[in-house]
Design a protein around this ligand. Structure first.
Ligand SMILES: *Cc1c(COP(=O)(O)O)cnc(C)c1O
Length: 379
């Protein structure tokens, strides 16, 4: 049953949990002998943990990654016996969040190792993950350091990681030379931690093949329907459809202009639909059809989809409103109140992202609070 607030919303999101679950199952299958985790950071890439987490849990996911302990505490009631890993790790002062919510900190540095050991010395043991930097130069212990730690007789007995992980730099580019180099370095590290599960692959890494799978994979973007590999057809199902309503349809005579800066110019008599979505909703100003710096570098802005046709954005995306050129649709076809698809089934989110010089990840995690959301349960 569609709720009345969804049916009348100015802009709205449909979240297809059947597609989400199918995508996760497909990534789990592609992970071969490894099991797939679910990455639920940033409110499940913007789609909402309230919908995403129970659906993925019901599908069989038991390992969950989030960015910080606050996200982990919010996730805990949704995945009762799931293992929740906290990528940012532990700070002095937030130890209780980990123990109270049974969260597993990722140890990213010497400092975090010390914080964790100090927290343990006050009582019992607790699982942790050791993050190893194999090439990103972002977070993690060096391989040499991790190996030395494994062989250090003075290493505290209570330090027993349940997972060794690293993160790929260029998994979206199968040809990149760093992939094989990172794999080699990761093997050096995991050899020192025999019997401990290992995890290297994000979505792109899963597509790199079984050498990269180890025991646990960490697909995020592919599960949400986004592109994981550059320049390859995207095999995932779209999960999120964003739509916004036409408030008004107006005529602009040939030679006329529209939008801020007169940035849309019309060389024919045109019909313009004014649509209730703007950059405050995460429909970035950079996807504008014209009047933004990026249009000098890439030829066109975003397209919407209406009554079976792609329609171009024109002028600038503003805070609450966007203009689309609907001249090529039959005059009687376009009516105020119609919903234009911004991305989803017909317009790939990654195409909108490209028009704005960004990536599907950023489009998803920028989805604004004004969208009325509707999650469709898997059948
Ligand atoms: C976000 C994240 C992932 C998921 O990456 P995708 O490219 O979305 O599949 C995996 N591992 C780590 C450490 C991450 O931060």
């Amino acid at each position: 049953m569609l709720r009345p607030d969804f049916l009348s919303a100015s802009n709205r999101l449909t979240i297809d949990l059947g597609a989400l679950v199918d995508n996760w199952r497909s990534m789990n299958k592609r992970s071969g002998k490894a099991r797939a985790a679910a990455v639920l950071k940033a409110n499940a890439y913007g789609i909402g943990i309230d919908c995403a987490a129970p659906a993925l849990y019901a599908a069989g996911a038991r390992d969950f990654f989030v960015a910080n302990a606050e996200e982990g505490a919010a996730l805990r009631p949704l995945v009762p016996d799931g293992r929740i890993y906290i990528l940012a790790g532990m700070w002095p002062g937030n130890e209780a969040l980990f123990f109270d919510n049974d969260l597993v900190p990722v140890i990213n540095s010497d400092e975090q190792l010390a914080v964790f050991m100090a927290a343990l010395s006050e009582g019992g043991d607790h699982p942790c993950v050791l993050h190893i930097d194999t090439g990103m130069n972002r977070l993690g212990l060096s391989v040499e350091h991790a190996v030395a730690l494994a062989n250090d007789p003075a290493r505290p007995a209570s330090f027993s990681p349940v997972l060794i992980m690293s993160h790929l730099v260029s998994a979206d580019d199968p040809e990149h030379r760093l992939n094989a180099l990172q794999l080699k370095r990761f093997h050096e590290a995991t050899a020192a931690y025999e019997g401990v599960d290992a995890s290297l692959a994000n979505s792109g890494g899963v597509f790199l093949g079984s050498d990269y799978h180890f025991d646990l994979t960490r697909p995020g973007i592919a599960v949400y329907g986004g592109e994981a590999v550059d320049g390859a057809a995207n095999p995932m199902k779209p999960v999120v459809t964003a739509e916004a309503r036409i408030i008004q349809v107006r005529e602009v005579a040939a030679g006329g202009t529209a939008s801020y800066g007169a940035s849309a110019r019309f060389d024919r008599d045109s019909r313009i639909a004014t649509v209730a979505v703007g950059y405050a909703d995460g429909y970035h100003r950079s996807v504008s059809g014209g009047g933004v710096t990026l249009r000098r570098a890439t030829p066109s802005g975003a397209f919407g989809f209406l009554h079976g046709r792609k329609i171009p954005h024109v002028g600038r995306v503003t805070m609450d409103l966007s203009l689309f050129d609907v001249t090529d649709l039959p005059e009687t076809a376009v009516r105020p109140g119609d919903y234009i698809e911004l991305f989803g089934r017909h317009i790939a989110i990654d195409d909108v992202a490209r028009a704005g010089g960004t990536i599907g990840y950023e489009m998803l995690t920028s989805l604004g609070q004004r969208y009325v959301r509707h999650c469709i349960d898997p059948v």
